[in-house]
Design a protein around this ligand. Structure first.
Ligand code: BMA
Length: 376
């Protein structure tokens, strides 16, 4: 538990942040993409909008599914093993749901994933889902960028449109199945077609026009709305974009986005830290303005330093870079159980363990115990 001194400092910082960002008004009743969200979904969205007045939530991809040296242990999480608390935000990845496969591209059984999503919700956490879907034109992976025109091919009239519809049906069936035993739809922050300002996925900037990107985003969201998926909150998340014009080049419109996101990683190496700090601040500066003018919350939807080689990365790099900005959450990527050095959260014995506990003890970082059940 954090100290009352910490809470006092938190209150002071909160007032400073409210003054600095001019957000000391109640944020409720904003228009969402889905005009008929479930009560829990609207409550969650309103709750997320209030978060920056307290600090920012911490998230971890696949937090409870596996970690370093383990997979499938009940109620385990590397983050919890280090600081005694679960993350507030949980990322999940549904690539290969489109194929009707029982397992994701990361070899996670979808029934298992559904269980973890329910557990996270019942624990009081927040779920977000990304979709590294295969390439519907070539049959290759999500990273197959050998051919342009894949987005065009899945739009209405395109050669792979029918195939894309079957993929969307499968995705929608999975999302529809995310319910509590009592039948309540679990609110999900859905984050499709991410990092499109880069060109490493088939929907990347060099592989489709801005108009095609906007069209496929809108088509996908309209499809999910027609399926009465009233539990979805939509997150837009380009990778680094040098200016707000770049950030908005492929923005599908205020009616199609609930949360402004941003994915960006600290590339390790000599210049990595400076570049990470500078670039992250560049983006967060203009996102702060965008978030205010559009009245939509902002988040760092993915980040991390692979293998966390800097022992003080959490407090000296991440916290110092982002803590002054009104972000609702920051999420680090997965602790892969089967890829060497592919981890972004500490585990017991990892070099940054002690620093992560300091990060946890910062009043502005919010983990599960501090947000528990507030959104329900
Ligand atoms: C990437 C890596 C891959 C993984 C993909 C989807 O960044 O972690 O190993 O397959 O995300 O989770």
């Amino acid at each position: 538990m954090k100290t009352s001194l910490a809470e006092t400092i938190g209150c002071i910082l909160l007032s400073m942040s409210l003054l600095a960002h001019g957000t000391n008004k109640q944020k409720t009743n904003t228009i969402m993409v889905n005009k008929t969200p479930t009560e829990e979904t609207r409550n969650l969205y309103n709750y997320i909008r209030q978060i920056p007045s307290k600090g920012f939530m911490f998230g971890h991809q696949d937090a409870t599914l596996y970690g370093i040296g383990w997979k499938g242990d009940e109620d385990r999480s590397d983050v919890k093993s280090v600081c005694g608390d679960y993350p507030a935000v949980y990322g999940w990845e549904v690539g290969h749901i489109e194929l009707g496969s029982p397992e994701s591209l990361d070899a996670i059984n979808f029934d298992q994933m559904r269980k973890h999503i329910l557990n996270a919700y019942e624990r009081g956490g927040i779920n977000t889902i990304s979709w590294h879907m295969d390439n519907p034109l070539t049959g290759g992976t999500t990273w197959d960028v050998s051919q342009k025109g894949v987005v065009k091919a899945i739009l209405p009239g395109g050669a792979r449109h029918e195939l894309y519809l079957t993929w969307l049906e499968r995705l929608a069936a999975f999302l529809t199945s995310l319910k509590t035993p009592g039948g309540t739809a679990i609110p999900i922050l859905f984050r499709p077609f991410h990092e499109h300002s880069g060109s490493w996925f088939w929907w990347g900037s060099e592989l489709c026009t801005p108009e095609e990107y906007k069209q496929i985003w809108r088509f996908t969201i309209d499809f999910l709305k027609k399926k009465k998926l009233n539990n979805l909150i939509y997150v837009y998340s380009p990778d680094f974009s040098p200016s707000s014009d770049d950030y908005l080049e492929r923005y599908p419109g205020d009616d199609y986005v609930d949360i402004l996101g941003f994915d960006f990683y600290h590339r390790n190496g000599d210049t990595g830290t400076d570049e990470f700090v500078r670039s992250t601040r560049t983006v967060l500066d203009y996102m702060t303005t965008l978030s205010e003018t559009k009245d939509k919350p902002m988040v760092i939807s993915e980040t991390g330093s692979e293998g966390i080689p800097m022992a003080n990365w959490w407090t000296e790099v991440l916290f110092k870079t982002i803590s002054e900005y009104p972000i609702a959450y920051v999420m680090v990527w997965r602790n892969a159980y089967s890829i060497k050095n592919h981890y972004y959260a500490p585990y017991p014995g990892q070099a940054s363990e002690a620093d992560f506990i300091r990060f946890y003890n910062e009043p502005r970082t919010l983990f599960l115990k501090e947000i528990k059940n507030k959104s329900k």
